[in-house]
Design a binder for this molecule. Structure first.
Ligand code: MF3
Ligand code: CO
Length: 295
């Protein structure tokens, strides 16, 4: 049995996605494939999660600004600067580029960027009291709204002379993200990404944070699916062209356990106080593989 998901649409009508092609030549195939996987019991994306060509273009434009912000802020990530100052710079530059920082006032988050140093895993809140110091490893996580479209990416920065041990963590964390992204292909599964990340981290003696994951993104900041980086190959949501999500594993030098700061309710720390590293990119599933939107 084949379920037609757009029941009011005739096969010769223009496709709902705005491509201008007939529905039968456009999204019919995808919808039929998804229906088959659903009937077999797989977790499949809601059709609304699949971006139209116009939406993809919107997210691409947002992503360009998002990347420009990371390129821009890198120069300022030096010994002695406060994270408050970095936040101000991100805010100003985002405005200059015609965007809005997606984190600002998101679920009550007070700042325009997350800055997470050493044993802070993620969601570090910029502050006058926090100063980057020689030897620190720092994640700067920038999220951007442009013309209503969302993009999200982060990079690690090494401040001055960083120990070989921490440098290796930063490098392996990047490899984990890259290997995860390389798994992305249509009719694959989200678990393929998680397994590749987790295998590489473990091989290097590191652990992967379980409680916090990536997310779908594009029309909203956080959409389905939730993305685990300890998941198993062949499990989780079916990957379908048009799906957009972040690949942003958090890799810990020590144990995987984390806790939330009780004072601010945002900052996530490693339980054992050892450093953590994270890189993030926004990725689109294409008909042949993937496109890194925040390249
Ligand atoms: N870029 C971060 C993420 O998507 C933002 C978290 S929400 C915030 O994981 F409010 F903490 F910024
Ligand atoms: Co994110």
């Amino acid at each position: 049995m084949i379920i037609n998901m757009s029941d009011k649409l005739g096969r010769n009508d223009a496709c709902w996605c705005g491509s201008g092609r007939k529905y039968k030549k456009c999204h019919t195939f995808l919808e039929e494939q998804i229906a088959i996987y659903r009937l077999k019991g797989y977790e499949v994306p809601h059709i609304k999660l699949l971006k139209t060509k116009q939406q993809m273009e919107g997210i691409r434009e947002s992503s360009k600004r998002n990347i420009a912000l990371l390129d821009f802020i890198g120069e300022y990530a030096v010994d002695g600067i406060t994270t408050e100052e970095l936040d101000r710079l991100i805010y100003e530059k985002t405005k200059e580029l015609g965007g809005i920082p997606a984190t600002l006032h998101f679920n009550g988050y007070p700042k325009s960027v997350c800055i997470s140093i050493n044993d802070i895993v993620c969601h570090g809140i910029p502050s006058d009291h926090v100063i980057l110091r020689n030897g620190d490893i720092v994640n700067i996580d920038v999220s951007t709204i442009y013309n209503g479209f969302f993009s999200d990416s982060s990079r690690m920065f090494c401040i001055g002379d960083v120990s070989e041990e921490k440098k290796r963590l930063v490098e392996v964390a990047k490899e984990c993200m890259d290997l995860g992204i390389e798994q992305v292909k249509p009719w694959g599964f989200l678990g393929d990404v998680g397994q590749a990340v987790n295998d590489h981290a473990k091989k290097n003696g590191y652990s992967v944070v379980r409680e916090i994951g990536g997310h779908g993104i594009g029309l909203e900041f956080h959409e389905d699916p939730w993305v685990s980086y300890v998941s198993k190959k062949g499990t989780g949501m079916l990957l379908v062209p048009g799906l957009v999500f972040t690949v942003e594993p958090m890799i810990n030098m020590g144990k995987a356990e984390v806790f939330v700061d009780e004072g601010d309710d945002w900052t996530i720390y490693t339980a054992d106080g050892k450093p953590s590293a994270q890189w993030e990119k926004t990725v689109l599933v294409t008909e042949t593989g993937y496109e890194i939107l925040t390249y």
